[in-house]
Design a protein around this ligand. Structure first.
Ligand code: ZN
Length: 497
C-alpha cells in the first residue's frame, strides 16, 4: 500500500515499528526472525466503523428464526430474573411480525427486549411498554422510541462491557483486523453506559481502538468567548486525544435510520410505498450538533444512509465550514448508503470521507435492491464513482450488523455480487488493490491515523496480517485463510473467530 515501495520480501521490525524493508535491513542483526514461507503480508485491516460491545453481548440469538413460535421457543426458559434480551431478529423474514402480546406469553413480569438486527428497532413486551407512557405500539419500536426502551435497560456494568469487548476483539483479530473504530459511545442508539470509555481503557484489548463519542454527550461549556466553543465534552477533550492503542476519534451523530428497518431518509419513497423514511432528530438539533462539534475541534462522523439524510448532512457541513473553515476537518459520512449522482461532487468538494459497509450488500443486497427499485439500486454503497471523484473510501463492517470479515467486504467491492449471486451496482466495482486500500490506508485516513498506520512503510507501526493466498489472484478472496495477525510488532495468538 506504499506507492514508494509497493512490494517487499523482508520486513524489519524494531520496538513495534517497521524499521525498514529488504536491503534497508538486510545487514542488521535480528533478535528473532520469522520465515513466513512465501505467504502474503498486508498492512493490518482497519475496520473504521464497528460496535464491539454490542457485538460481544451475550444475548439470546434469534438470527434466522422466521416464525413467532420459533422466537418464542428460543426465549423460553431464559436464565436469570431480570431483563430477557435477544438479538438478531429480522422482521423481514417472519411469518408475521412479532408483537408485545407474543412476548407477554414468555413473561408478563420480566422485561423482554428483542433487538432488530439493524440496530434501529426492537420488539418489547408489555412490561417495557408500561414504562414508556406516551408511546402507543403493538411492541415494535423504531429509532427514538427504541432508544427510550433501551435507555430503561442501561447502563451495563464496566465489567460486562470489558468482557464483551474482549470477545469481539479476539474475533476481529482472527479475521486480520488490527484496529477498530467504535461508532458512538456514551449515549444514543448503541451506547452501553455513560462510562463506556473506561471499559476500553481497562480492557487492554489486543487490537487498537478508536472511540467515536456520541454527539448526545455534547453540553454547554463556559469557554472564553475567544475560543468560539459553545458546547464540548468534559475537559474539552476532542478528536486525537489518546495514544496508539486507545484514542478519541470523531463525534458521532445520527441523521437518519437504516434500510433494514426502512427508516433511512430518502428523497423519493421506498419502491411501491409512500414511506420516505425519517430523519433521526429535528433539523435544528442535528445542525447545531454539527456546527458546535465542528467549532469545538471535532472530526464529525455523521450517520447518513438515505440520500435525503446525505443532502441534509452536506448542507450542514457546508454551513459549518463556511462559517469557520477548517482545512483538514475530514468529516466522515457513516454508511453513505444511497448517493445520487449529483451528490458525488459535493462530497468531494467538502473533503468528506464515506465510511461504507460493503458486506451490507453481500448480505442484504437483494432486499435493498427491491426497496430502492432499478433506477436507484446502482447508487448504493458506491465504490468506483467515489474513487473517480477523488474521494477517499474507508472500509468498515458495522459489526455486528454485518459479518465483520474484511476479506468478505473486499471480495464484494471487487465482484459486487450478493450472497445469492445477484449483481448489485456492478458499475461500482473496484480493483482488488483499491479494495485493500479502502480497508487499510483509506480507513486509516478516516481515523486520522494514516501517518502511523495503513501501509507497510518504515516508521509506521508494525500492524500486519498474514494471508494464505494472494487476493490479487484468488477467485475466492473471502475464503482466504488469515494465518497470523501482528499488532505493534507482536504476533497475536489466533483464537477461533
Ligand atoms: Zn453503526
Amino acid at each position: 500500500m506504499d506507492p514508494a515501495r509497493p512490494a517487499a520480501h523482508t520486513i524489519g521490525i524494531w520496538q513495534g515499528r517497521i524499521a525498514g524493508l529488504d536491503e534497508q535491513v538486510a545487514d542488521l542483526p535480528a533478535a528473532e526472525t520469522a520465515d513466513l514461507g512465501g505467504a502474503v503480508v498486508l498492512p493490518g485491516f482497519i475496520d473504521a466503523h464497528t460496535h464491539l460491545a454490542w457485538n460481544g453481548r451475550r444475548t439470546i440469538d434469534v438470527t434466522g428464526l422466521d416464525t413467532v413460535a420459533l422466537v418464542q421457543h428460543a426465549l423460553a426458559n431464559a436464565p436469570g430474573t431480570a431483563w430477557i434480551e435477544a438479538s438478531g431478529y429480522d422482521r423481514r423474514i417472519m411469518d408475521r411480525p412479532l408483537t408485545a402480546a407474543d412476548l407477554d406469553a414468555i413473561s408478563g413480569v420480566r422485561p423482554v427486549y428483542v433487538a432488530d438486527l439493524s440496530g434501529h428497532a426492537c420488539v418489547v413486551n408489555s412490561v417495557v411498554l408500561r414504562q414508556l407512557p406516551g408511546i402507543t405500539s403493538d411492541g415494535w419500536l423504531t429509532e427514538n422510541e427504541q432508544l427510550a426502551a433501551r435507555t430503561l435497560r442501561l447502563p451495563y456494568s464496566i465489567e460486562e462491557i470489558v468482557a464483551e469487548l474482549r470477545r469481539s476483539a479476539d474475533q476481529a483479530l482472527a479475521q486480520g483486523v488490527t484496529m477498530c473504530a467504535e461508532a458512538g459511545i456514551g449515549a444514543g442508539l448503541i451506547a452501553s453506559s455513560p462510562l463506556e470509555a473506561a471499559a476500553y481503557q481497562r480492557a487492554r484489548l489486543p487490537i487498537r481502538m478508536q472511540l467515536m463519542v456520541s454527539a448526545y454527550v455534547l453540553h454547554d461549556v463556559a469557554a472564553d468567548p475567544a475560543d468560539g466553543i459553545a458546547r464540548a465534552i468534559d475537559l474539552g477533550l476532542h478528536t486525537g486525544f489518546g495514544d496508539d492503542m486507545v484514542s478519541l476519534g470523531a463525534m458521532k451523530l445520527w441523521t437518519d435510520g437504516g434500510m433494514i428497518a426502512r427508516t433511512a431518509a430518502l428523497s423519493e419513497p421506498y419502491a411501491g410505498t409512500e414511506n420516505v423514511g425519517q430523519l433521526a432528530e429535528s433539523e435544528e438539533f442535528m445542525r447545531a450538533a454539527i456546527i458546535d462539534g465542528h467549532n469545538a475541534g471535532w472530526q464529525l462522523a455523521i450517520h447518513a444512509i438515505g440520500d435525503r439524510a446525505i443532502d441534509f448532512t452536506l448542507d450542514a457541513v457546508a454551513r459549518a465550514q463556511s462559517a469557520r473553515p477548517r482545512a483538514d476537518a475530514r468529516h466522515r459520512i457513516e454508511h453513505c448508503g444511497l448517493v445520487r449522482p449529483e451528490q458525488l461532487e459535493r462530497i468531494a468538494a467538502l473533503g468528506m470521507v464515506p465510511v461504507v459497509q460493503p458486506t451490507f450488500l453481500w448480505a442484504y443486497g437483494d432486499d435493498y435492491s427491491e426497496i430502492m427499485g432499478p433506477r436507484r439500486a446502482p447508487w448504493m454503497y458506491r465504490g468506483r464513482s467515489f474513487l473517480d471523484h477523488g474521494i477517499t473510501v474507508a472500509g468498515s463492517s458495522d459489526r455486528p450488523v454485518a459479518d465483520g470479515a474484511p476479506l468478505r467486504a473486499i471480495e464484494f467491492m471487487v465482484r459486487r455480487r450478493s450472497s445469492s449471486g445477484r449483481a448489485v451496482g456492478p458499475d461500482e466495482a473496484i480493483t482488488v488493490e483499491e479494495a485493500i486500500r479502502a480497508y487499510t490506508l483509506g480507513s486509516a485516513y478516516a481515523c486520522r491515523k494514516e501517518h502511523v498506520l495503513g501501509s507497510i512503510t518504515p516508521g509506521k507501526l508494525a500492524d500486519l496480517v498474514v494471508l494464505g493466498d494472494d487476493p490479487r489472484t484468488s477467485d475466492a478472496i473471502a475464503d482466504i485463510p488469515v494465518l497470523a495477525t501482528m499488532v505493534g510488532g507482536t504476533l497475536m495468538p489466533q483464537r477461533s473467530a
